[in-house]
Design a protein around this ligand. Structure first.
Ligand code: F6P
Length: 452
């Protein structure tokens, strides 16, 4: 079978000779520390062997719940934020029709994402859209207390109950949360919702292969067994016993750390040439951003959609500060074929493209950009997958997860916590006078007054 390929040649040339080889012992030690559970954050390693530990019984249970919602709902709202949202959206958008939200087919419910912002217009427009629709809700929150998600869920639960009645609503609301604690658990227990547990030892950004990602993906009509099969194969292909030169995750972790330490490349831009992959980059940004950005360290994970962003960010990338490198996800063969037509008048001068697949133009754009950016001093890592399907997306997901675990350990941080995210939450709760935050409320208000 064709496989995912990693090409680092256009990154290696920016590094001093031997830089990658020199990092190999550190990469090996980082990988061993993950496997042996001796790394920082070792109580969050539940994702490490999750693919090969996933059973058919469990997948059948997820599929069963998905089928119930598929039958009973024309719209399913996936409420969650960060790791409780991005993975599902990434996979659903990568595999789905780009215009799915404009089409209503009788087979698949429309999937809508919410709980990931506090936009009043967004939520109000969502409640308008859902009026009169047979909709269901998946309430996803590991902590069960995240404000954005909890606030959205309260609004939608009320609307769902009003529209469908409490009894019917109960059958189309699912909670994916902690086994015991949090508001999402409390509501589920009280109302008798179907629930799935997010394992304690799997952090949000590593949870896409748990029900957090699997249930919405199955509801959207995609094959979760193939997704897991891809992840399982990648788990085997990146195992500790695979030699460095054959282990793509170890190589990717080594190269990005070498570019950071030896070549001053502080920003990694995840690039795609397929708009469907936009949310794969968003998912990847959280994965690496929350895992590595701490203790004053870490590559800043950014993303661009090409060729779109070549017309906005292309100038900066070509000639701006040389602190960046690119990691490109390239899809070898699109799922659909569209040939460029001949035109007698040729007013646009594009007849030289007649008869070619649109993807041929895209591939030349990719190659031309690669050469230009490398000439401009931007190292380029290229990851290619044969095509966009569940299997290769599953491979890609596990590849980035294991690479992230290794890379964070090489950097010397705890890749599995995110203490920095609490700062804004504490201020927001203090400003909103949340019970329990009285002292913080007083302090923040005094500070704001003194700053005026
Ligand atoms: O699943 P939860 O607990 O609602 O958290 C959602 C997201 O919020 C964070 O905790 C950061 O605030 C992320 O790490 C997480 O993915």
């Amino acid at each position: 079978m064709d496989n995912m390929k990693l090409d680092i040649r256009k990154a290696e040339q920016f590094l001093p000779a031997g830089a990658i080889t020199a990092l190999q012992p550190q990469v090996k030690a980082a990988h061993e520390a993950l496997e042996q559970g001796t790394c920082k954050g070792n109580d969050y390693l539940g994702w490490l062997h999750l693919p090969t530990q996933t059973t058919e019984t469990f997948l059948a249970e997820v599929q069963n719940v998905a089928d119930t919602l598929r039958k009973q709902c024309e719209v399913v709202v996936v409420a969650g934020i960060g790791g409780s949202y991005l993975g599902a959206r990434a996979v659903i958008e990568a595999l789905g029709n780009s215009f799915a939200w404009l089409q209503r087919d009788d087979k698949n419910p429309t999937i809508v994402f919410a709980g990931n912002n506090i936009g009043e217009d967004y939520l109000s427009e969502l409640t308008d859209y859902l009026k009169g629709k047979r909709f269901g809700i998946i309430n996803i929150s590991k902590s069960g207390t995240t404000t954005e998600t909890a606030l959205t869920f309260r609004l939608l639960k009320k609307q769902c109950e009003e529209q469908r009645g409490k009894d019917e609503a109960r059958n189309v609301i699912v909670a994916i949360t902690d086994a015991h604690k949090g508001a999402a658990r409390a509501a589920a227990n009280k109302e008798g919702y179907k629930t799935f547990v997010i394992p304690d030892n799997v952090g949000g950004r590593f949870s896409v292969l748990t029900p957090v990602g699997l249930l919405p993906i199955a509801i959207a009509g995609f094959d979760i067994r193939r997704l897991i099969a891809g992840a399982q194969d990648m788990e085997r292909d990146t195992a500790l016993n695979i030699p460095f030169s054959e282990n793509p995750a170890a190589i990717y972790a080594a190269v990005r750390n070498a570019l950071y330490k030896e070549a001053g490349k502080k920003i990694e831009i995840m690039v795609n040439y397929q708009p469907k992959l936009h949310f794969i980059s968003e998912w990847w940004k959280q994965l690496f951003g929350e895992s590595e950005g701490k203790e004053g360290k870490g590559i800043f994970p950014a993303s661009c959609d090409f060729t779109t962003d070549l017309h906005s960010m292309g100038q900066w990338i070509q000639e701006g500060e040389r602190s960046i490198f690119e990691t490109v996800i390239s899809v070898e063969t699109p799922n659909r074929q569209l040939l460029f037509p001949h035109d007698e008048e040729n007013l646009d001068g594009l007849n030289f493209l007649a008869g070619k697949r649109v993807d041929e133009v895209n591939k030349m754009a990719e190659l031309g950009t690669r050469l230009a950016h490398v000439d401009g001093g931007v190292p380029n890592i290229r990851i290619s997958i044969p095509t966009l399907n569940e299997y290769y997306i599953g491979r890609l997901i596990y590849f980035f997860e294991i690479a992230c675990g290794i890379s964070g350990n090489v950097l010397g941080v705890n890749p599995f916590n995110q203490p920095g995210v609490e700062a804004y939450k504490k201020n927001m709760f203090a400003l909103l006078n949340k019970p329990g935050y009285e002292a913080d409320s007083k302090a923040i208000k005094e500070r704001l007054q003194s700053e005026q």
